[in-house]
Design a protein around this ligand. Structure first.
Ligand code: ACO
Length: 448
């Protein structure tokens, strides 16, 4: 199989959302902290009738329908998620309800979990399957689904919710350059979920930022080394058209890209322009550790990176800024923003993605874009995604209502024997929703 990669995309995020500006005021944070400080505009959240299972049911059935895929043509289904609903039964098995109806129970794959990285693990599994001798000629399907909620406090505005589905196969418009990857995996307690009775993570915000930036540097270095082996010259930012980052909040994406600019400068100061030389020169002698702590370097590199950021990163930021951190789905929501903004003009371009999951696991990898054919063309994918339409038809809730929903969900997490309100007034037709959890913890869903 050649040009294995992503043939089709769909995204679903709950229509229920809260404006960051309103949340800022409600939380008593200083004006601009969430919107400018974190760089976020709005945040989606699951109401009591939605969860990671309903969102994934919605997005999978929508993708199959919109691209005209026969459910029998799926041979592998992999899910990435860090939202634990059951410690044994995978989310994948819930999705089998869609395929059983069509008599297809011959589908490999289960769930992958490591914070926000699970979706990337699932994607690599599917791509590797199509490239392997066990491939049976059918499509792979990858689902990333998460509801990111935090306890009251500074992390709460960095929540979000969404599910993404990706169809995997050969001759893809979004093809893997499988040789061009760099990973960084280590042991850290930056963000984890040790309390199985709570949906909320334990998070060391500052440490998680530093771990993320260290992973950016290490992955970039590993990817560059592999590129140099293949191409005989070092990789620089100029070698890719766009850079897509896992996006917990936009400010961290700005800082990450600035790190790449700083890396390029350190690797070859002589080829930097005069502004970069003047602004970044003073930081060239910092040790790695010092460089993560230096606020001055952070500011200087962001300033130097700004024009490049506007060209190579800004077009990837819309959905994460509007929907928030979607954990496993975040990086692919950023990528979807790029398709939404640039669609067919992406053909022939290279896009670099950086996936990060706390704990920690990270990979930087490369995609080569092609026009694609029929339903699997970049322009059709952009049309099916309908990002603008989906963003426009949302319902804003006041922060008080958002807090109320989160309180209710705290009680419902891990609970049994309840029925939901079944209020689907905000959901569009075709959306799955939770109706009941019975006395044996079994969950029941319906489709609007
Ligand atoms: N106007 C403009 N900017 C402001 C204002 C204001 N009124 N107030 C603060 N800011 C800026 C700060 O200067 C800072 O920006 P800077 O870093 O560029 O200087 C930014 O807003 C955030 O302010 P902090 O005081 O650093 O925020 P705080 O520590 O309260 O919380 C944090 C931020 C740590 C990110 C928190 O939201 C969190 O823990 N989130 C979850 C962890 C996370 O997402 N980590 C990322 C990787 S792991 C993962 O993906 C889950």
């Amino acid at each position: 199989a050649k040009n294995v990669g992503i043939l089709a995309f769909d995204i679903y995020f709950p229509p229920t959302c809260v404006q960051q500006e309103a949340l800022e005021a409600h939380d008593g944070a200083s004006k601009g902290k969430y919107t400018i400080g974190l760089g976020q505009d709005c945040m989606a959240f699951c109401s009591e009738v939605e969860d990671v299972i309903s969102m994934s049911l919605t997005v999978v059935s929508s993708l199959l329908e919109k691209y005209g895929i026969d459910p029998k043509q799926i041979g592998r289904l992999e899910v990435g998620s860090e939202t634990v609903i059951d410690k044994s039964k995978s989310i994948k098995t819930f999705l089998m309800q869609i395929f059983e109806k069509y008599g297809n129970t011959d589908i490999e794959g289960v769930d992958s979990t490591n914070a926000c990285y699970g979706g990337t693990a699932a994607l690599f599994n599917c791509v590797n399957w199509v490239e392997s001798s066990s491939w049976d000629g059918r499509y792979g399907l990858v689902v990333c689904t998460d509801s990111a909620v935090y306890a009251e406090g500074p992390a709460r505005p960095t929540g979000g919710a969404a599910a993404i589905a990706m169809l995997i196969g050969p001759d893809a418009p979004i093809a893997f350059e499988s040789k061009l990857r760099g990973s960084y995996m280590a042991h850290a307690y930056d963000f984890y979920k040790p309390d199985l009775a709570s949906e909320y993570p334990v998070v060391d915000g500052k440490l998680s930022q530093t771990c993320y930036l260290m992973a950016v540097d290490a992955c970039y270095k590993h990817l560059s080394q592999k590129y140099e082996k293949l191409e005989g010259k070092p990789f620089t930012i100029k070698d890719a058209e766009y850079f897509v980052f896992h996006s917990p909040y936009n400010k961290l994406v700005q800082k990450s890209f600035a790190r790449l600019v700083f890396n390029d400068y350190l690797n070859d100061p002589s080829s930097a322009d005069e502004v970069a030389k003047e602004k970044l020169g003073p930081f060239a002698t910092l040790t790695g550790d010092e460089s993560y702590q230096s606020r001055d370097l952070e500011k200087a590199s962001q300033l130097v990176a700004k024009p490049l950021y506007d060209a190579k990163v800004q077009p990837t930021t819309l959905v994460p800024k509007q929907v928030g951190n979607m954990y496993t789905a975040s990086i692919y929501a950023a990528f979807i923003s790029l398709i939404h903004n640039k669609h067919s003009t992406l053909a022939g371009k290279r896009v670099i993605l950086f996936s990060y999951g706390s704990g920690l696991t990270a990979t930087m990898f490369s995609l080569q874009m092609h026009d694609g054919q029929g339903p699997f063309s970049l322009s059709n994918i952009a049309k099916v995604l309908d990002v603008a339409g989906k963003l426009k038809s949302r319902h804003e809730f006041p922060p008080e209502k958002f807090v109320e929903v989160l309180k209710l969900m705290e009680h419902r997490y891990g609970a049994k024997e309840f029925v939901t309100s079944k209020d689907t007034s905000h959901l569009s037709p075709g959306t799955y929703y939770l109706t009941e959890v019975d006395s044996k913890y079994r969950r029941f869903y319906e489709k609007k």
